[in-house]
Design a binder for this molecule. Structure first.
Ligand code: SF4
Length: 291
């Protein structure tokens, strides 16, 4: 189901259904649940996303290992009385992306979108747009179904696992899902949605998975903020009608191919990249000595 983004566009044009309607119909046929029940489940997910984002802003959350935490709260309060160069919208998304991932590192409840390590990007983007443009929960739920459809295509053509494809597959896919969902939320057409996916993912190709001590904290938390920023770049470009020269489905295929040739040290083993720096190694030694 949904082997390509192109298929989603064609189906939408043929049936006159929105991307969200197509994804809900597919879910109805595979789950046997009613559309209302499926929407209700997605609303529950949205509530969890909103809660986790707020939790991370309200108080400093430290990870169990102690090597990360507190950045979201610190940044959120810094925004009071400072003029962030990222502007009021993106800066709030950055804070929320950090927040959700700090809640994850603190063993709190998050929604994996598509993974726990990349769980901050989608909620940060959609909640920030919801607040700024006063979208209803129903509209955001529709956008979450668009994100799900994009995720299905990525999984069918590539993967969303850092262990298989590097961080491009995790935070890259999350940012691509968030960008496409956001474009749909902002009123973009299906073609613009898919080009937001293509633009985002191609800017994150080659990103390696190099977690310090093998824990989803460093660099993961801040990579979620960076993923949200990439997503914001693509939203405006796509809404302006700018397209990815490489078709979005081919960008996903390129991500899969890059993941295949990426060295194993850079695929969640904690052996390469930042994990292999002197500081990364000494943090890992401290974490495992103290545990
Ligand atoms: S570095 Fe690895 S573990 Fe961390 S977010 Fe990226 S893919 Fe996930």
């Amino acid at each position: 189901m949904f082997a390509s983004l192109q298929e989603l566009i064609k189906e939408s044009e043929k049936t006159g259904k929105s991307l969200a309607e197509l994804v809900i119909a597919a879910e109805v046929s595979t789950s046997g649940l009613s559309a209302e029940a499926i929407r209700a489940k997605m609303l529950e997910r949205l509530r969890t996303m909103q809660y986790s984002a707020q939790q991370g802003l309200d108080k400093p959350i430290k990870s169990i290992s102690g090597i990360s935490g507190g950045s979201a709260h610190k940044f959120w309060h810094w925004l009071d009385g400072n003029k962030p160069v990222t502007g009021s919208l993106l800066s709030k998304a950055l804070a929320r992306a950090l927040a959700v991932n700090e809640v994850n590192a603190g063993m709190g409840c998050i929604v994996a979108t598509p993974t726990a390590g990349s769980a901050g990007i989608l909620p940060a983007t959609l909640i920030t747009l919801q607040e700024a443009y006063e979208f209803s929960d129903d509209e955001v739920v529709d956008a979450l179904f668009v994100a799900s459809g994009i995720g299905m295509v990525v999984v069918n053509r590539a993967n969303v696992s850092g262990a298989m494809g590097g961080c491009q597959a995790e935070t890259g896919s999350a940012a691509a899902m968030a960008a496409g969902a956001s474009v749909a939320l902002m009123g973009g057409n299906p073609r613009q949605v898919t080009h937001a996916v293509g633009i985002t993912l191609k800017n994150m190709l080659g990103l390696v998975c190099d977690p310090v001590a093998g824990l989803v904290e460093v660099p993961c938390v801040k990579r979620n903020a960076a993923g949200a920023a990439q997503c914001f770049v693509a939203i405006d470009l796509a809404l302006a009608g700018i397209e990815s020269i490489i078709p979005p489905d081919e960008v996903i295929d390129a991500m899969a191919n890059i993941g295949r040739v990426m060295h194993k040290d850079l695929k969640e083993t904690g052996l390469g990249g930042l994990a292999a720096t002197p500081t990364g190694k000494s943090l890992a030694a401290k974490v495992w000595r103290d545990s």
